[in-house]
Design a protein around this ligand. Structure first.
Ligand code: CTP
Ligand code: CA
Length: 226
């Protein structure tokens, strides 16, 4: 097989995508995490690849195979995710999409030995994790940057707040309170906001949604970056 030149709306573009949950260790056998399946990020990676891009997927622990033609770099914690993403962006990146459900906090220390139960109650001391999306968007050489916002209420308000505060080019807002949509589901419905407009996509399968999202992102990227 002779590799042909990639064609499609993202031909020649380098894309970095984060996906899945992170795991924040409490002790050698326990961690804090969330229900993210990684499906949206993996579907977007496949769609970006199909649109002609070279794709690096920085992924927390999930049980999905790597999409064909996509390079997956596995990470565990939020701190790992930031480091691995910075490394990937430093290699060259035109478009960064953050779909990962990053743990906002981690235990301030990880116990060296398994914690034994003793009292009726116990508490964990947590510290804030670094924000990969905000860190990449704040770079002088920031790529075109797209974030996700999983919300259960006031979706537009919170999404627009994240768009401005994190200095993003686009934000994909996701109502995770809708039954059968979003987190850990095969289906999703989103509204995408950017400074000059917005568009709702779905409900539909994450595969179809990902293709339409990539088409929309490619349009805006081309308009902005040429
Ligand atoms: N994100 C990230 N690193 C973090 C937290 C979030 O890269 N430490 C990214 C997510 O991948 C997503 C976006 O930021 O693209 C928004 O995540 P979300 O959890 O909705 O927002 P937060 O800024 O964490 O705010 P909050 O959880 O308080 O709503
Ligand atoms: Ca969060």
């Amino acid at each position: 097989l002779i590799a042909g030149k990639a064609s499609g709306p993202l031909a020649g573009r380098r894309v970095v995508i984060t996906a899945g949950p992170t795991r924040e260790p409490i002790d050698p056998v326990r961690y804090i995490s969330n229900h993210s399946s990684g499906k949206m990020g993996y579907a977007l990676a496949a769609a970006a690849r199909a649109a002609g891009a070279e794709v690096v997927l920085v992924s927390g622990p999930v049980s999905i195979d790597a999409p064909v033609g996509v390079e997956v770099r596995g990470v565990m914690t939020a701190q790992d995710m930031l480091e691995e993403t910075e490394r990937a962006v430093n290699e060259g990146c035109d478009l960064f999409v953050a779909t990962a459900a990053v743990a906002d906090y981690r235990p301030d220390t990880c116990a060296g030995d398994k914690i034994k139960k003793s009292n009726k109650s116990m508490s964990l001391s947590l510290v804030r994790n670094p924000d990969t999306l905000a860190t990449i968007a704040a770079r002088d050489d920031a790529p075109f940057t797209v974030g996700f916002a999983a919300e259960t209420r006031d979706i537009e308000h919170y999404a627009l707040d994240k768009l401005t505060r994190k200095k993003l080019n686009m934000i994909v807002a996701n109502d995770v309170s809708a039954p059968g949509l979003g987190f850990n589901s095969d289906n999703n419905a989103v509204t995408v906001f950017w400074p000059e407009g917005h568009e709702s996509i779905g409900p539909g399968s994450k595969t179809v949604l990902a293709q339409r999202l990539i088409a929309l992102i490619a349009d805006q990227l081309t308009e902005k970056a040429g």
